[in-house]
Design a protein around this ligand. Sequence first.
Ligand code: HSO
Ligand code: ZN
Length: 434
Amino acid sequence: MQTLIWKTLSPAQQADVLTRPALNDEADIGAVVKEIIAAVRSRGDEALRELSQRFERAPREQLRVSEAEIEAACARLDDDIKSAIEAAISNIRTFHAAQVQPVVRVETQPGVVCELRTQAISRVGLYVPGGSAPLPSTVMMLAIPAGLAGCREVVLCTPSPASDEILFAARACGVEKVFAIGGAQAIAAMAYGTQSIPKVDKIFGPGNAYVTEAKGQVSRDWRGSAIDMPAGPSEVLVIADDGANPAFVAADLLSQAEHGPDSQVVLVTTSPLLADAIAGEIKGQLAQLSRRDIAAQALGSSLVILCDNLDEACAISNAYAPEHLIVQTKAPRELLDKLENAGSIFLGAWTPESVGDYASGTNHTLPTYGYARTCSSLGLADYQRRYTVQELSIEGIQGLGPIVQRIADAEGLDAHKNAVTLRLNALSNQQQKD
Ligand code: HSO
Ligand code: ZN
């Protein structure tokens, strides 16, 4: 890990240090994905089967995972993993159910009623990567809010073979349509629909560079599908003072590093002594990890930043805008008001990132790559659309009408004005008759 002393850096160097590496430097990813999308759009399932032969570890003819296959997967699993998944589902469901928003109904002036309502997005597609570590937790994070929102159709795609844990989690979260197909072709299938895979309105979930590129391409096409958020490699930034436990901090940094060689890991600390102790701990713990090679690669491009005080540490974190921010200081909650731009914040020694990754209740789908400045962590609202309703009484149109007439006049839009004038005239004629 490279160590830097913040105050010795120029503003330009500081900005440079916090700049993420460029994404998708393989220039042909865009072209390859474009071809895959075109093939799936024009030839549907036939193209998917060919692509399955080329790319899947267990190519399939039948893309949909049958009830019998799901049943068999569930039967193979031990009870302890099943009950851990069920416990996590319960917490995630509780936290997301609490996000239901009441209808906002306001009478802005007498007789003018405005409402803000939410409605489920009808059809959603969930993408769950396979790869070196298939993640049943991602099924829970994507499917639970879909169920709570009341999405009419929930489709899940995952590379073949789908792991038993993924199939169990999908069933436990109420996902009915699971397809064992991954990669850009799965995104294309959900965005445009094929004979067997239904078209959806919005696609959720992480993936490799091809999946991310495919999500970008289908979301730029109005015939395609919306997407949850832009994505980059996973990240953690830890703020620690001299009260932090070096073994805990090292474990947290490593839990991010083991995700992939491109994972971003940053430690910001006021204590050089702690930084040394953490480096020692990392060495010891790393050697014990089954994914030590992956974690070591990520650590190779990770950073330790030494700063003067916690205000400076917060400013550094705010400038970086991390996906995950862990605060291991003596009074972590006191920093909360100074922290901006983090996807999810983990306060104190007893709150490792892993709890949020799996089971505390919060969603682990979070904005990366600095998007946390403007994007939010995934929640119920992402599975809903907001819309407004309004209704005016006679009193309402009589009170508001003249205001609208005047503004329509100023805009030179006569028909707009007429729509009000005709009604006001009708009312005054009626009143004269009565
Ligand atoms: N830290 C990952 C989520 C995850 N971790 C899944 C373990 N399993 C991205 O937020
Ligand atoms: Zn994780």
